[in-house]
Design a protein around this ligand. Structure first.
Ligand code: IPE
Ligand code: IPE
Ligand code: MG
Length: 242
């Protein structure tokens, strides 16, 4: 039996837990927010470079449903940064043909930020060079909980029969409906956990945990991770690689 690896199949969907901004800043005597600001530069570079490596879908974890536990100063600073990023990136997204979507619960976000998110999604809806999904106020368990609520309402209204509930149907009720499952999940900064990121979708993803903090995660770091992915055997439960 020939050994097959992911060599011939580039990671079509890469998902990233952009972690380590706070520690990066603290280690340099800076306030945590400076690490987040630096992290945005890395986002710009990775988004620009992704299509060169055959990446069609890029999903980035920007803010979790658990991140509200941080200081008011950090949360407010992050929200302001998201507003700025969305406003400032529209032109680039159109130039580079990037389709932007957001996943997560939008209800608790401020009205101004929500309308900027809606506008960017509408503006870029027809772009097809790269699908960028930004997880903002995202938590996997929260996403599944909201999906179950919607499914229950659909059953109650007679629009969904419980006997029709399949894995594919559940996927369609998630925020990521229409987005394929990630092939590779990268978590930076040496933390070895998923922190509630895409638990349903990443069931069969390959994981890599580079030590590099997100503000130092340049395109060459991404290349290293894609090379690690290439050597992985993905068996999906079968006895040989698929
Ligand atoms: C990730 O970096 C960014 C967000 C969670 C918004 P952190 O802020 O978690 O950085 P560390 O883990 O404290 O270093
Ligand atoms: C996950 O990182 C969330 C984001 C990167 C947005 P955290 O830093 O919040 O995760 P924990 O607290 O270390 O698990
Ligand atoms: Mg962290």
């Amino acid at each position: 039996m020939s050994k097959q690896s992911s060599e011939d199949k580039p990671a079509r969907h890469v998902a990233i837990v952009m972690d380590g901004n706070g520690r990066w800043a603290t280690a340099r005597g800076l306030e945590r927010l400076k690490g987040h600001v630096k992290g945005v530069d890395r986002v710009r570079e990775i988004v620009k470079a992704a299509p060169d490596f055959g990446i069609e879908y890029l999903t980035i974890f920007a803010f979790s449903t658990e991140n509200w536990k941080r200081s008011a100063r950090e949360v407010t600073g992050l929200m302001k940064m998201f507003r700025r990023y969305i406003l400032g990136e529209a032109e680039t997204m159109m130039r580079d043909q990037v389709r932007v979507r957001f996943i997560g619960d939008r209800a608790p976000l401020d009205k101004k930020l929500r309308s900027l998110m809606d506008e960017l999604e509408i503006l870029t809806a027809k772009n097809s060079q790269l699908n960028l999904t930004v997880a903002l106020n995202y938590g996997g368990r929260d996403e599944i909980t909201r999906a179950v609520g919607r499914m229950a309402r659909a059953v109650k209204m007679g629009m969904l029969d419980p006997s029709e509930i399949t894995e594919a149907k559940i996927s369609n009720f998630l925020d990521t409906a229409d987005i394929p499952d990630p092939d590779l999940v990268i978590r930076t900064s040496g933390e070895h956990r998923t922190s509630n990121f895409l638990p349903w979708q990443a069931a069969y993803a390959e994981y890599v945990f580079p030590e590099t903090a997100w503000p130092d995660f340049t395109v060459s770091e991404l290349v290293k991770m894609l090379n690690l992915y290439k050597d992985r055997d993905r068996r999906f439960g079968a006895s040989v690689a698929k």
